[in-house]
Design a protein around this ligand. Structure first.
Ligand code: ZN
Ligand code: ZN
Length: 82
C-alpha cells in the first residue's frame, strides 16, 4: 500500500507504514499520528464524554482526533487544514 497523503499532497509515491483507524487510508511515517483508543462514557456535567481505552490507534493528519491537537501531538494547522 502507498501513502494516500503523499500521493494527494505531493504527487509522490511513498510506502505506507500504517493504516488510518478512521478513514482507512494508507499513511507513511511522516503522515502518521499516533493516538490511542477511546471509550465513550456517559457524559455528566463537567466531565469528558470519552476516556482513554486500551491499545494504540494510528490516524492520518486529517482524521487525528481533537484530543491529540490539545495534547500538542499534532502540528498546528495540519489538523484543521482543508
Ligand atoms: Zn505520506
Ligand atoms: Zn484518516
Amino acid at each position: 500500500m502507498r501513502c494516500y497523503d503523499c500521493a494527494t499532497e505531493s504527487g509522490i509515491s511513498t510506502e505506507a507504514h500504517a493504516t488510518c483507524a478512521a478513514c482507512g487510508a494508507g499513511i507513511c511515517l511522516t503522515h502518521t499520528v499516533e493516538g490511542y483508543a477511546q471509550e465513550p462514557v456517559k457524559a455528566t456535567l463537567g466531565n469528558p464524554s470519552a476516556r482513554r481505552g486500551h491499545g494504540r490507534r494510528m490516524f492520518c493528519s486529517k482524521c487525528a482526533p481533537d484530543y491529540l491537537a490539545q495534547a500538542g501531538l499534532v502540528a498546528g494547522g495540519m489538523l484543521r487544514a482543508g
